[in-house]
Write a new protein. Sequence first.
Length: 317
Amino acid sequence: MTKIEKLRKRAERGDSEAQVCLGWAYHRGEGVTKDEVKALYWFRKAAAGGNASAQMNIGMFYFFGQKMGLPVRQSYRNAAKWLRRAAAGDEMFAQYTLAGLLQRGVGVKRDAKEAFRLFALAARVGHVRSQYELGRMYLDGSGTKRDARAGMQWLTKAAGAGNLQAQEDMAYYLLKGEVVRRDFRRAFEMASAAAGSGSIKAVSLLAGMYNWGAGVRCDIRKAAQLWKKAAPAGRAEDQYQLGLCYLDGHGVRRDYGKGIGWIKLSADQKHPGAEYMLGLCYRDGVGVVKNARLARKWLGRAAGQGHRKARTLLKAL
């Protein structure tokens, strides 16, 4: 008798754990031909007996629905119904997913307090993403009284477990001295960890830290290399900083064409510093042909966003 045949016999006798395992076998196509209809059948059998894992699986079937090749129409309302049952059975992923629906008011009425409660339940038993969400809710005062200390404790826990968003947030707060005392060294450590996991936001933070020598020895070449990596992702500040590097020969060989190109991309996203710099370049003919009309246009846009130097230069044109 094969392993699947033994599992089937147990499932047919009403063993809910075997029913869940058989459902997973059909879902994954392990030892049997992949069949989502049969997977759902066995999950329903187990769920009827109160198996929280099966209830969660049914909830996720409704969460993703037919767009993921599942045999039910996507329905966040039905997903929430099953996830609520699983969450009551201490299924932490169900608690996390249901909390997200409640937080956003998707498929259910928005309820920040209940979302907070569910994130807390999952966080306390080690669910890392719930730890991050719980930390954010404490910091934002959403669903609970604002508590910066508790918020940072949960973010620290999540960051230590490798959560990318927590590492990004921690790096930012430690660098800026927001919520917690400024600590450049720890900010650099957090940003490095997040950047190593592919965070472009963290790469951008590291570029600034290398450029200004915050938490690490100043290294303008390293800063420019990092901005080169970050700028193509489309963030206006990174494009602006890389443009300045090329215009000034800061960590890279001076290249007015590349500098203007990056500055223009940033200015098109309404970055006031980039608008000001582009106006200045058109006024002085740096990397472009002098053009008073375009100089006024870009300086005017920067001035309209409160850029003081742009306002002063605009009066002189």
